[in-house]
Design a protein around this ligand. Structure first.
Ligand SMILES: [Zn+2]
Ligand SMILES: [Zn+2]
Ligand SMILES: [Zn+2]
Length: 255
């Protein structure tokens, strides 16, 4: 199974428009982050987690020419506003794309992007999507996908587990039920927004606490803000934990 970090920024992206801080003005490409999204390739299928506003750029940068399914974590703008880019994959793949998420997420997306789902024809075309609400473990083309309920401020949203990978973006806490589903991981990709606490996201310290409890073979940070400088953070982190970067490729056994 191949895993590609398409984007690992918080909602603003890094650099932030107009910001001249040392991270936003850093020449290091690993400090240039698009909005958080993940690609999972297993058994010839391309599974996308979230449709970030940067999806078009991410697909071009990583030569993604096929999307077989989308898993939505939640309906915040930084995770959904690239939804219209799925149209291009309809054109080239000729498939209606199944999109999974919690019932709340699916109904919010249908409301926020009503033009896609109103049944009308559009001169410019609209993405052809099949929205599928899920509440627990489901199967896509023989791949078992486990939604993981996590807290995101006062929301309960989804992370996902596929085989020995778990992806938890936008998380301020993990309920015990979900901790019980995080054993035996090869790779945990987890929210680490900044050093200081935040009501809707984990800090670096909180993410490390979760990692120490879950004990994946490797943990990678995502949804990072401009407070986090790649090289500086990498040096501080214990072995087996590293910051992600856009275009990072990771390989673990098939699910
Ligand atoms: Zn987010
Ligand atoms: Zn900045
Ligand atoms: Zn969010």
């Amino acid at each position: 199974m191949r895993i590609v970090i398409l984007g690992c920024a918080t909602s603003t992206g890094v650099p932030i428009i107009g910001c001249k801080c040392r991270v936003c003005s850093s020449p290091n490409p690993k400090n240039k982050r698009t909005r958080s999204s993940l690609l999972i390739q297993a058994y010839g299928k391309n599974i996308l987690i979230d449709t970030s506003p940067d999806l078009r750029f991410q697909a071009l940068a990583n030569n993604i020419t096929r999307i077989d399914a989308v898993l939505y974590t939640h309906s915040h703008a930084d995770h959904t506003h690239g939804i219209d880019e799925l149209r291009t994959f309809n054109f080239i793949n000729g498939n209606i794309i199944p999109c999974y998420g919690s019932p709340q997420t699916i109904s919010s997306i249908k409301r926020n992007f009503g033009y896609i789902f109103d049944g009308s024809l559009s001169m410019g075309g609209k993405p052809q999507l099949k929205m599928i609400p899920v509440t627990d473990t489901f199967n896509f083309e023989g791949i078992t996908i486990v939604p993981l309920e996590v807290f995101h401020a006062d929301w309960v949203i989804f992370g996902y587990r596929i085989g020995k990978l778990a992806y938890i973006t936008d998380c301020s806490g993990i309920p015990e039920k979900s901790f019980s589903r995080l054993g035996g991981l090869d790779l945990l990709i987890i929210d680490a927004l900044r050093y200081n606490p935040h009501p809707a996201h984990m800090s670096v310290g909180q993410a490390i606490e979760v990692i120490c409890r879950v004990k994946p073979r490797l943990a990678v940070f995502t949804h990072m803000g401009h407070e986090l400088e790649y090289e500086e953070l990498l040096k501080q982190l214990p072995e087996g934990i590293m910051p992600g970067y856009d275009g990072m490729n990771l390989y673990i056994e098939d699910p």
